[in-house]
Design a protein around this ligand. Structure first.
Ligand SMILES: Nc1ncnc2c1ncn2[C@@H]1O[C@H](COP(=O)(O)OP(=O)(O)O)[C@@H](O)[C@H]1O
Ligand SMILES: [Mg+2]
Length: 283
């Protein structure tokens, strides 16, 4: 049997008397785009930190490709950390470094490369995420919001990971840049055969890009396909997917999906994903 890429079981996280997760289960399968949804403060970022081995849970297991990372030392975690890339919520680029230098940081940490090779490799990643080559020499403050997000993804891809984590990647972007970013997600998933875990509030993004969704409610997770999660009886989930804001997103995505893919469940394929990520949002 093939392991799920990520398998979280019985996760418990607490801060003092505050219980954030209480027996949370989550499974991410190979090659899918898995969306993590939940209200503000419901524990999305803490869950991500637990999966990344940055937050030691009070109980539960977190398996990545079959290995329980909660039992590993810092040293043992190192090769696993090289298997995934992360773009944190704020972009988290170093403001004193250029985009090129930011993208090279993981390479410096993990790979022994000559500087010319490292430059070429970093430029490749920068172009892969749809940034113009001249973005390489710029500092984060000189970039638009959409470009900063792309630069963060370029850095996350520095070591050719199998798994990519994105925390709220479209928050703060205008709708056009956000849609262009969704196209980049689909493009990367398809071209690099990545498994992608994306924390998001953005309903349009969910319907456009995710195969399955996990919603954090009452300190646990309800997971299902995007098509089926909308019928979950939980009141928060109902309100989320059937409220005023959800309606427009579902209609828009329904039209896009019908035109784009054969509709096979489990396929993230959307029309135009092939070069959508290359166009750059420039905004
Ligand atoms: N390091 C920490 N120390 C204490 N409380 C924390 C810490 N990190 C997160 N929390 C609390 O845990 C809850 C979940 O936080 P978070 O995962 O960041 O929420 P979100 O779903 O908005 O990403 C929040 O109430 C937050 O205040
Ligand atoms: Mg968060």
């Amino acid at each position: 049997m093939r392991y799920p890429v990520i398998e979280v079981q019985g996760l418990v996280n607490r801060f003092g008397s505050q219980v954030v997760h209480d027996g949370l289960d989550m499974e991410v399968r190979q090659d899918e785009v898995f969306g993590i949804v939940g209200g503000s403060g419901s524990g999305k970022s803490v869950l991500l930190r637990s999966i990344l081995g940055l937050q030691h849970p009070a109980a539960g297991t977190v398996r990545i490709e079959g290995q329980d990372i909660t039992r590993l030392s810092e040293q043992q975690l190192r090769p696993i950390k090289a298997r995934y890339g992360v773009a944190f919520q704020s972009g988290a680029l170093y403001s004193g470094l250029t985009v090129l230098q930011n993208v090279q940081l993981p390479m410096m940490e993990y790979l022994q490369l000559e500087s010319t090779v490292r430059d070429e490799l970093a430029l490749l990643k920068i172009r892969l995420v749809g940034l113009p080559a001249d973005a390489a020499g710029k500092y984060p403050a000189q970039l638009s919001g959409g470009m900063v997000k792309r630069a963060a993804v370029a850095r996350a891809l520095a070591l050719d990971p199998a798994l990519l984590f994105l925390d709220e990647p479209t928050s703060g972007l205008d709708p056009v840049s956000a849609t262009a970013f969704d196209d980049l997600v689909l493009f990367l998933q398809k071209e690099l055969r990545l498994t992608i875990v994306m924390i998001t509030h953005d309903l349009d993004s969910i319907f456009r890009t995710c195969n399955r969704v996990g919603v954090i409610v009452n300190r646990r997770m309800e997971s299902d396909t995007v098509e089926r999660i909308v019928d979950n009886p939980d009141p928060w989930i109902r309100e989320y997917f059937h409220g005023e804001r959800a309606r427009g997103a579902r209609i828009a995505a329904g039209a896009g999906r019908a035109a784009g893919s054969a509709g096979a469940s489990g396929s993230a394929g959307a029309s135009g994903a092939g070069d959508g990520g290359r166009s750059g949002d420039g905004a």
